[in-house]
Design a protein around this ligand. Sequence first.
Ligand SMILES: Cc1ncc(COP(=O)(O)O)c(C=O)c1O
Length: 370
Amino acid sequence: MTGLPPLPGGEALGEAMAAALPGMPDPAGAEFTTRLEHDLAKAFSTRDAVAVSSGTTALHAALSAIGIGPGDEVLLPALTVVMTASPVVLLGATLVFVDSDPDTHDLDYADAAAKVTARTKAIVPVHLWGRMGDPARLRSFAAERGLTIVEDAAQAMGTSRAGIKAGTVGAAGCFSLKDGKILWSGEGGFILADGSRLSAAARAFRSHWLQPPPGGRPQERSSLNGRLAEPLAALAQANLRRFPALLEHRRAQTAHLIRALEGIRGITPLEPAADETWNHYAPLLRVSLTNPRLFAERLAQQGVPNSTGSFRLVPCDTRPMFTSPDRTPCRGAAQILDRTLALVLTERDSEAALDRYAAVIAREAAAWSA
Ligand SMILES: Cc1ncc(COP(=O)(O)O)c(C=O)c1O
């Protein structure tokens, strides 16, 4: 018997996907995608939403839509995954990694300011683990320097800060629907945008520039197929109906796990900011044991999935494709990743599974002497 709130509507997911099948095959069909976009815009109170095939494509399409290209520089935190960085490189622009503040996990704005040049066009904040930086600070930093904000909110659906939803701070908010995200469809992504020109350019980008934005010509640019498959759009739409319950469930899972970990030596929960409504994407713990990264790897080996131990998450500026001898490493980002245990949950983690994770963490922390 689980003490977590029940999750309604699981059976509706199969029915929703099946509902897309009678209209297939239809090479031009986008009925479920269009409906999903309508529902997403409503749920996030934005003018428009553009559904795409992944979170990476969402970032690629949004950065392309704001005109990022060769010669431009784009600021992004080193505290992120490669999927945030690759679209910048693929558009021919230059990545400029910015450090993060180890206390707040927000961008290190002094470092960001020092790295702005005449070529800097955009800033891509990343709400890693669903935690959001200060949106007012970000907006004023960007406005003072004429930068466009494109958020990587892939993990942050449902988070807000000072009443501002993640993904609605700047020109575009990019989300992933990959399995493992709170709102999911197996693979997929979407962009929230308030500018109709930006969404039109993102729609053109996701489909080979066949239908250009107003005033443009078909195929005057080359782009990609970044469309979302219709059955996945139907699945995402059905999950969007469950979204409030999915959020509540994740909040309860995280609260349960954090409670079960109370009083364990060297493990302290990381609280969100006072004005933040966090989606509780990943229970976050500061580890003050020796060799915390090794500890995270040990937990992963013992069946407790986590960001650094299971996925070897390291600062993006240290990935081989992005290292450069003339660049100072982002030490704040490295410190955050080394010391933060971010547990990876899915809606399928029952109370018993969470208790098992907690028991393993307690046992390993008590025995840890590495
Ligand atoms: C922070 C972040 N950015 C971007 C992505 C890319 O999303 P996708 O895997 O859907 O391409 C992900 C998801 O894995 C992510 O967690």
